[in-house]
Design a protein around this ligand. Structure first.
Ligand code: DGT
Length: 533
């Protein structure tokens, strides 16, 4: 790289009025230029770093993009390219705009992605804090995080404010974070690095905040669908908002205003896949997605009887505080790969403990269940005489025998045909983000679930998120009934893991009627009993 290439970056540092930083920058550059480049790149928002590394722009062009157009993310780049704002910057021009537009679809493919559970854990306290600040109308995560995708490309929060400036809000929010590095700071935006994850904060004026939320939530395909729809109504939908035919911006404080202008009901973020949701809305067939308020109980969790951290009582007390009317304690069977398992002897002692907790918590029903392994030979990891003692039996397949898809399917089908097995847990057994799920014929699996009246699970453990939205939709379309469970091992995570399960379910168009644990306990018992015969 030629020395002059760094000029705009030096200027940027100078315009940030950080004279010491500029001197330091020059000194380092004079001794070791590439080290400087590396350090500069480490100090900018990750999408810009990846854009540079893709070869689409040079460093000076990147600096110019940031300075002239204020871009700090892929969404900004897409908006700037879309509005042809890049070609109007003299030192950039049409060729840079084309290179960026061409490179965008690949950009996020290079970025290390963040599992949804981790992203949620980071964004939740920020959301709570933002919502409690004065003048804040609302705060929401955006992008794939709001849509509940299982692995997200970035963590970004949008705050709608009725006050004139955004700085007090970004300052208040960043002050509570353990910031490793500042990557970008402007009056309405901040990008910080916290625990190796980039968090973006954006503050927008409440008057048209709905437009920003709609664009930044995506998905791109959904937004493009809305845009096409706007065009058929003589309107123009852009990242900056909805425009009337005469070019007037139609302000939207919330997303609903824009959907309404397009003759649509509000489409929940989790189903903004850009697939068939607009057609379904036109036919009046949008699902009434399941919510946390519909959930009456949790049918899958672990205690100190296997690899859980907390006692039966702690789990039950937390479930009661969450407002559930029933809970199933479902520890692992003797040969599961968990770090600790329920033994045959332990079942009786656990039953005694559960009886004791039942006496102390009479206002919540406690089902004594288990998560039994489906062994390599297809048998279950507790004898029937033990399984009969449980109120509910969940069966899980943890493949370690090197079986192919046919053998795995045969093991599943065998378990589903067993009258004591009520539910198949995390059917694909994937491990987010490390291991893909089993490569099975899931349509057939769900058909068998219907035929054998076995429930299939949507498991909210951050490592499972299984079934995911696509498979959950396939399951309910096949007519299967699902359970949305936390599969929790720590009382404090019961709520969050249920929410993660709900996100997967909602992405799969799941309604309360498809879910066993939206029903009262008598109905749950009846479903279990009818299979047991
Ligand atoms: P991710 O984070 O890689 O999982 O993907 P998203 O969907 O979160 O996308 P992100 O974070 O790059 O951008 C946030 C939103 O901005 C996205 O959901 C829709 C919008 N956006 C980003 N890139 C484009 C694009 O190339 N075209 C359009 N129409 N919208 C875009």
């Amino acid at each position: 790289m030629a020395e002059g290439d760094l000029g705009p970056l030096f200027e940027m540092a100078a315009s940030d009025s950080d004279a010491d930083a500029l001197v330091r920058l020059r000194q380092i550059y004079e001794t070791c230029g590439w080290v400087l480049v590396e350090s500069v790149l480490a100090d900018i928002p990750s999408d810009l770093r990846w854009l540079y590394e893709s070869g689409a722009v040079t460093l000076p062009q990147l600096a110019e993009l940031q300075r002239s157009l204020g871009v700090a993310s892929a969404a900004d780049l897409a908006a700037a390219a879309d509005e042809h704002a890049i070609r109007d910057v003299p030192s950039l021009g049409e060729s840079v705009e084309t290179a960026i537009a061409d490179g965008l679809p690949q950009l996020r493919k290079r970025v290390p992605r963040i599992p949804l559970g981790r992203a949620m854990a980071m964004v939740e306290p920020l959301l709570e804090q933002a919502r409690s600040l004065p003048d804040v109308a609302w705060a929401e995560p955006v992008g794939s995080l709001r849509r509940g995708q299982d692995i997200v490309g970035d963590v970004e929060l949008l705050v709608s404010t009725r006050a004139s400036g955004g700085e007090p809000i970004t300052e208040a929010l960043t002050a509570t974070q353990d910031v490793t590095r500042w990557l970008h700071k402007s009056p309405h935006r901040a990008y910080i690095l916290v625990d190796r994850v980039q968090i973006g904060l954006r503050v927008v004026d409440a008057a048209n905040a709905g437009a920003a939320l709609l664009y930044l939530t995506g998905s791109s395909d959904h937004f493009n669908g809305l845009r096409a729809r706007a065009a058929t109504r003589g309107l123009r939908l852009a990242s900056s908002g909805l425009y009337a035919a005469d070019g007037t911006l139609r302000m939207a404080e919330d997303e609903e205003t824009i959907y309404r202008a397009l003759d649509l009901p509000l489409i929940p973020p989790e189903i903004r896949h850009g697939e068939d949701e607009l057609e379904a809305a036109d036919r009046g067939e949008l699902p009434r997605l399941v919510t946390r308020g519909d959930i009456r109980g949790d049918l899958h969790m672990h205690t100190t009887w296997s690899d859980g951290r907390d006692s039966v009582e702690e789990m039950v007390a937390t479930c009661r505080a969450l407002g559930y009317s029933y809970v199933a304690i479902t520890d692992h069977s003797p040969h599961s790969a968990a770090s600790r398992n329920l033994t045959v002897d332990g079942v009786k002692h656990q039953a005694d403990e559960i009886a004791d907790v039942r006496a102390r918590y009479p206002d919540i029903t406690i089902l004594h269940g288990c998560e039994v392994d489906i062994l390599p030979d297809g048998t279950l990891d507790f004898p029937d005489r033990i399984l009969e003692r449980f109120d509910i039996v969940l069966a899980s397949l943890h493949e370690r025998a090197g079986h192919d898809s046919d053998r795995l399917m045969a093991r599943y089908i065998g378990a589903m045909k067993h009258p004591l097995v009520s539910l198949i847990t995390h059917p694909t057994n994937r491990l987010v983000p490390h291991r893909a799920g089993y490569d099975l014929d899931y349509e057939r699996l769900f058909e068998m679930a219907v035929e054998t009246t076995t429930l299939v699970e949507i498991d909210g453990s951050p490592a499972h998120l299984d079934l995911d939205g696509t498979l959950a939709r396939l399951a309910i379309e096949a007519g299967a009934m699902v359970a949305i469970d936390s599969d929790c091992h720590r009382a404090e995570m019961l709520g969050r893991q249920m929410d993660l399960g709900l996100l997967m379910a909602r992405r799969g168009w799941v309604e309360p009627r498809h879910v066993i644990n939206t029903r009262p306990i008598d109905a749950v018992r009846q479903i279990i009993a009818s299979k047991r015969g």
